[in-house]
Design a protein around this ligand. Structure first.
Ligand code: DC
Length: 220
């Protein structure tokens, strides 16, 4: 059984940056479960699947395989053997992932992969339901959040730095909508596990959050 650190929280809270750094510092592997949901969303988009029809999604999932591999310590996600790590990083795929992750058969498909990884390795795993559902016995659980304004501004800066045109208000609306979908779905909604430590990163630097996680880990 690996040592498991679960980090959950809303979109744009900095989970992946922080989880990646924490994993590196601890020599654990970093598991980005959002990337797995995004890979499925990409597959459903590519095949033009009617996502309002759960049976159609189920049929499509039977022909879809999602796996991960590590290249130079970086997680890569594979859809039917193809590395789609770059293709899944669009707003379109993110929004589709938020919608389709509410479908029970989509969650079922990824549950075993995530639990097996955590069983076989020491992991820092981030997502929405890791502490509540996937790894209820994780040694350390963090609920990482930040205000909607902070998250929108961070995302805006990130996109500007990449040279992509963007609109702060549209990003803000998108984040609010994603929060609403992720927090209010019927299965495995995003919420803080009872035994998770709440961290609001609105006024913290990345380093401060990582240091806090290291302190918490030492204290366990
Ligand atoms: O973290 P992210 O933005 O890459 O995740 C994309 C979507 O996937 C997110 O809006 C909700 C879903 N997701 C989920 O339902 N459960 C997880 N453990 C991780 C992501």
């Amino acid at each position: 059984m690996g040592y498991n650190i679960a980090i959950d929280g809303p979109a744009g809270a900095g989970k992946s940056t922080i989880a990646k750094l924490a994993a590196k510092e601890l020599s654990f592997i970093y598991v980005d479960t959002g990337a797995m949901y995004r890979a499925i969303a990409l597959g459903l988009l590519k095949t033009g699947t009617d996502t309002s029809d759960e049976n159609a999604v189920k049929r499509q999932l039977q022909d879809m395989s999602v796996s991960i591999k590590y290249v130079d310590g970086e997680q890569r996600v594979l859809l039917n053997g193809e590395d789609v790590s770059g293709l899944i990083r669009t707003e379109e795929v993110g929004n589709m992932a938020s919608r389709t992750s509410a479908i029970p058969c989509v969650r079922e498909k990824l549950l075993e992969l995530q639990q097996t990884l955590a069983k076989e390795h020491d992991v820092v795993m981030d997502g929405r339901d890791i502490g509540t559902n996937i790894l209820p016995n994780a040694e350390l659980k963090i609920y990482l959040t930040a205000s909607v304004d902070t998250r929108a501004e961070r995302r805006y800066k990130e996109l500007c730095e990449k040279g992509q045109s963007c609109d702060l208000e549209a990003i803000r609306n998108d984040i609010t909508k994603r929060d609403d979908q992720d927090m209010h779905r019927a299965i495995a909604p995003l919420c803080q596990a009872k035994d998770a430590v709440y961290l609001d990163s609105s006024h913290m630097t990345i380093e401060e959050v990582v240091d806090r996680i290291m302190e918490l880990r030492k204290a366990r």
